[in-house]
Write a protein that binds this ligand. Structure first.
Ligand SMILES: [Zn+2]
Length: 466
């Protein structure tokens, strides 16, 4: 018989504000039943004391490519005489994409997902474009690698939205690229495989499926329109990369006479279920079109600075009321609250003054409250998931932080959000719960030793394969 629990921390952050003396009441199905004090609970409610800790809504990593973890820190030097850019980095990404067997992908994904859990992530949007075998042929089960990544997330305990990605071509007037052989499917094949995958996981706890036409570069417009129509019919979230690079905008103008955002806005692809990943190089009018449609922008500041993509003008998004979510993307570093703080810090470097996002939107919350919402609730929304606020009825997805951690000493209810976003060290995260079940307890995951060992084995083989 599942019991109702009261998780009782020193500080509870729920529905956009922090409270002292209240705990989170979670029913037997792992849903938030409200807030209560220890004194007010009735017999039969199990009390889980989280002394010396604060409890915070779980974070949503809305844009991830797990396999890219494999070359972390190994693509930071120059590769040749030319300047290193996004485009030279991509060649290194192809090497990792071409290496992993299904078993390797599982082991890399588990380690990557576990690392996400240790920084407070409870839901991930995996933008998944590895579909074919290493020689480019189809697997007997075309969704084998999607299943593999989903299984890895569920084995760690993480909630996953598998954003099954369409990748049909190397680019406008470009021949197929050997490094992309595992990404390509035929358009009809993609639609069938996406529908099969969605049907397979309908009703499966902790798993959902979305559609992700990779980019206007990799998916021609008429195909993008078809995929968006299917996503709309099936009520799936729709994610795509857009305007990460200036060169990408120029190629789109050459092919269609319009920028990527102009093109998708004019063809009905922008909607409240659409998430644009990166969206850095947009004009004011393009941002206004995104705002008008109610679409989300998923910013990935750590990856964007790593790749030299440019600075996302978060202040414009704030002013226009565009919801912003966050992603770790390339996994160069996994720390979603670091991504949240960089949204503000990049603007300070750009403008040479401070506190740029504070008061830039219509929200009454502090910049800390807003950035916490960006990292949690906005990401849930982008993945088509209810919750992310710890409001009554939400899934009880949360994490706790150690208030005795040196990075948080002296924190109180008023400063909790701001300190969590601007100052907290990753190691302060202690417990993580998904649907009310603790998957990380006092910093430990039950399978972490095995996950480490298997990851190291793949990493060693990858390095010796050069
Ligand atoms: Zn990406």
């Amino acid at each position: 018989m599942p019991t109702t629990r009261l998780y009782l921390p020193d500080l509870l952050y729920a529905e956009g504000r922090a409270h002292a003396g209240l705990g989170l009441l979670v029913d037997g199905e792992g849903r938030v039943a409200g807030q209560a004090s220890a004194k007010s609970i009735t017999a039969g409610v199990e009390l889980v004391r989280l002394s010396g800790k604060a409890l915070i809504p779980g974070l949503a990593n809305a844009h991830s490519h797990t396999f890219q973890r494999l070359f972390r820190g190994r693509a930071e030097g120059r590769t040749g005489a030319v300047a290193d850019t996004f485009w030279t980095w991509r060649e290194q990404m192809y090497r990792a994409a071409g290496f992993v067997s299904p078993e390797d992908l599982y082991d890399v994904a588990r380690a990557t997902f576990l690392e996400m859990v240790t920084v407070g992530v409870t839901a991930v949007g995996e933008f998944h474009y590895l579909h074919r075998d290493r020689d480019g042929s189809a697997y007997a089960e075309p969704n084998l690698l999607s299943d593999t990544v989903i299984a890895a997330a569920r084995s760690v305990g993480l909630r996953i939205c598998l954003l099954r990605t369409a990748y049909f071509r190397a680019g406008f007037e470009r021949a197929a690229h050997e490094g992309q052989r595992r990404f390509y499917e035929l358009p009809e094949e993609f639609l069938t495989n996406l529908e099969e995958l969605a049907a397979r996981y309908a009703g499966v706890a902790g798993v959902s499926v979305g559609a992700a036409p990779h980019s206007i570069r990799a998916v021609p417009l008429e195909r993008m329109v078809e995929i968006a129509a299917l996503a709309r019919d099936r009520r799936m979230p729709l994610h795509l990369h857009i305007s990460e690079q200036v060169e990408e905008n120029a190629a789109c103008v050459a092919e269609y006479g319009a920028t990527p955002v102009q093109l998708i806005a004019a063809n009905g692809i922008l909607s409240p279920a659409t998430t644009l990943v990166h969206a850095i190089h947009l004009s004011e009018a393009e941002f206004a079109a995104v705002a008008e449609a109610g679409s989300t922008i998923c910013s990935c500041p750590t990856t964007e600075r790593n790749l030299g993509d440019g600075i996302f003008p978060a202040d414009v998004a704030w002013r226009l009321g565009i919801p912003v979510a966050l992603g770790t993307d390339s996994q160069a570093q996994i720390d979603l609250l670091e991504d949240a703080r960089q949204l503000e810090y990049h603007l300070r470097l750009r403008d040479q003054h401070r506190a740029i996002l504070d008061g830039a939107s219509a929200s009454a919350g502090s910049v800390g409250d807003e950035l916490l919402q960006v990292a949690s609730g906005n990401g849930y929304r982008a993945l088509g998931l209810a919750g992310g606020q710890l409001a009554k009825g939400d899934a009880a997805d949360f994490f706790t932080v150690d208030l005795n951690d040196l990075s948080l000493l002296g924190v109180d209810a008023e400063s909790l959000a701001s300190q969590a976003v601007f100052a907290m060290a990753r190691g302060a995260v202690r417990d993580v719960a998904v649907q009310g079940e603790l998957i990380l307890q006092d910093g430990r995951h039950r399978d972490e030793d095995a996950i480490r060992e298997r990851y190291r084995d793949v990493q060693c083989r990858y390095i010796s394969s050069f």
